[in-house]
Design a protein. Structure first.
Length: 95
């Protein structure tokens, strides 16, 4: 029921349903939120009223928390503090 579908199909998050099956508010963590795709996704989720948390190595024009996805302690610390119900991984390392 909860998963990724083709772009033309609506998902529960895309419709703005902000309650998870357990009854808790949805918190979406977007890695790479300072990049092009991550930035667009964060903006769209914010517009839908979803609680979204962006993480990236770079700063951004929207609130972004610094996190290195290759550092296990960084990842654990962010997951423990945010406790996301969903994660969208858009981060990439480029040379």
């Amino acid at each position: 029921m909860y998963g990724f579908r083709m772009a033309h199909e609506q998902t529960e998050v895309a419709r703005g349903d902000d309650v998870s099956p357990s009854g808790n508010a949805r918190r979406v963590l977007v890695t790479g939120s300072a990049g092009f795709i991550g930035r667009c996704l964060v903006a769209r989720l914010n517009a839908l009223g979803v609680e979204v948390h962006g993480v990236d190595l770079r700063s951004s024009d929207h609130p972004t928390r610094h996190m290195n996805v290759t550092d296990a302690s960084d990842v654990c610390q962010v997951f423990e503090s945010i406790r996301p119900t969903h994660v969208v991984h858009c981060a990439a390392i480029v040379d």
